[in-house]
Design a protein. Structure first.
Length: 113
């Protein structure tokens, strides 16, 4: 099972494996507090795409399209996450304030196919 959660939200046992999918470490968050099991910064959008998107809702659909294109080169990581989610709960962690339009949401859609 795949879940999404803001990294700043409290850790819960039900989170299962916690995977941070942002390129940058969350501002103001200490590694001990984050409860991150795996930091997959390589699966995050490129700096250029992240800066272009800038969390502007009007760019969301185009962002997803461009991010899917970038993810074509990361199929091994996607498959690893898919397999982990079949074994148990995997929570994709993100730092963005917008919980509906961020790279973790787009990544979850790709993983779930």
């Amino acid at each position: 099972m795949l879940k999404l959660k803001r990294v700043y939200d409290p850790y819960a046992k039900a989170d299962g494996m916690r995977v941070l999918v942002d390129r940058l470490w969350p501002r103001g968050m200490k590694k001990e507090e984050a409860g991150v099991d795996l930091w997959l910064k390589e699966i995050a959008p490129s700096d250029a795409l992240r800066k272009w998107f800038s969390h502007e809702p009007a760019k969301w659909q185009e962002f997803k399209k461009r991010y899917r294109k970038e993810l074509e080169d990361r199929q091994d990581m996607i498959e690893d996450l898919r397999k982990e989610a079949q074994k148990g709960t995997v929570t994709l962690l993100f730092a963005a304030k917008d919980s509906e339009r961020n790279n973790a949401v787009a990544l979850k859609e790709v993983i779930e196919g």
